[in-house]
Design a protein around this ligand. Sequence first.
Ligand code: ISL
Ligand code: CA
Length: 551
Amino acid sequence: MTKWWQDAVVYQVYPRSFQDSNDDGIGDLNGIRQRLPYIKQLGVDVIWLNPVYATPNDDNGYDISDYRAINPEFGTMADFDALLAEAHTLGLKIVMDLVVNHTSDEHHWFQESRKSRTNPYRDYYIWRDPVDGHAPNDWEGGFGGSAWEFDGATGQYYLHLFSKKQPDLNWRNPALRAAVYAMMRFWLDKGVDGFRMDVINFISKTDDFTHDHRSPINGPHVNEYLQEMNREVLSHYDVMTVGETPGAKPANALEYAGLNTNELNMVFTFQHLGVDLDPKFGRWVVHPFSLVRLKQIMSDWQTQLHGQAWNSLYWNNHDQPRVVSRFGNDSPQWRVRAAKMLGAVLHFMEGTPYVYQGEELGMTNAANFKSIADYRDIEILNAYQELVVDKGELTAEQMLQGIHHSGRDNARTPMQWDDTPNAGFTGASVTPWIGLNANYPQINAASQVDNPDSVFAFYQRMNQLRKQLPVVVSGTYKLLLPDDTQVWTYTRTLGQVQLLVVANFTADTLTRSEAAGTGKLILTNYADDAGAHLRGYEVKVYLQHKVRTSD
Ligand code: ISL
Ligand code: CA
């Protein structure tokens, strides 16, 4: 028996960029409510909302100043309750972002904590004495600079693995853990259907900061904390959980997302998204990716987790460039075919698929963003300052090229609803908080929802097939042609039923005997079947009922 979150497809909504309902240029909860029928029409089951809580917006809501209040830019608690109720009426579940590795420095807990060394909230955060007048160790913050900030009032440093406005919580403190669990119950008792847990494998830090410079991820007590959270909170509700776990390998996932480990339901790996990054400059210098390597990584997760743990499947989220621009081809000639091909390769693997808003339309990176002034993301702006302005390690031109290829704002341009000014995201005369992708007249929901050849219709079809065919959810994955540098082909097998997926990752026509699949062609991005010939970005999915043999 599968669980509902294994059968489900999740649609990720980035509230700031989804739909503005009151013409202030910022997406909001009432806007999401207006668009629920669209999400329903796509055929997904669950919505994951990026943070909607009170925040000074240093990191677009990942710096929370009050976990139990709604960001006034997004609306009120009454608006939230209405959204949740209406989603439930439509049969859609809502999963919230849970950001408990850190808070905002404007959170009441931190305001208290920094007042004195004896404040009751002091140990909610991680404070350390200077070592020889310096920070306790050489850890760097996720958005540049040291991960330690000196606070003059009490003469100690506090740890922040992200910006200095995002101090890390001290999970060693049972009082902090109890406060987090109480907050989780507050949302679950309202009826929310689960949590996506931000950098949840960062919550347990090493024991000794002065002598131990090991990375703070997958730390010594993380499994213990997750088991406690499960026991105290999660096990009392029928909810789904997905941990964001940068740096986690399959071995970690077997613990975090094991079918019997009582921690989380699944995790987001980052391994497959490392394939085009530079060893020194990360996402700011991109390289062509190796399809062989990408297949190897994702196939390894498929194989190692099968029957032991559960995978999440994603190409895109609010931190990643658009997949059609990254691993496909966003030229007008190939964009639609490539977007469908990538969708099929992902959605027929084993795991719960996640669709990031606009992915179902084949939205692309923002090629029209030409200047650093077009960007809003703290990660982009800080990295530009550090690498170009302060250190001069990259030229402005090189950096802008890197940002264009992989900056997070590529995912954060407003949702493209139609071809009217501002794409229907906000009023025609409003200046949105971030610019639109200039291709919205060509790429938008209005032109796709009723078009059977659209990327949207293809995603709809995949969601239907998942509901109809148990092999999509439960079949065993097997990679064929592992060393093929152009084609990804795999099977999924459940009893006598087998799916065959064959995908061409190039614009060239190729010939592979595997492509002349047997059985019924249930999904493709071309009008006909060319047998062993695979045309540019072609994908084919065959369903076959094997004849029982005597073995
Ligand atoms: O975006 C990244 C790559 O540069 C990641 O390193 C990212 O910072 C990391 O995956 C953590 O992401 C999450 O926590 C951050 C927040 O900025 C991201 O938006 C969120 O998804 C801090 O809360
Ligand atoms: Ca608004």
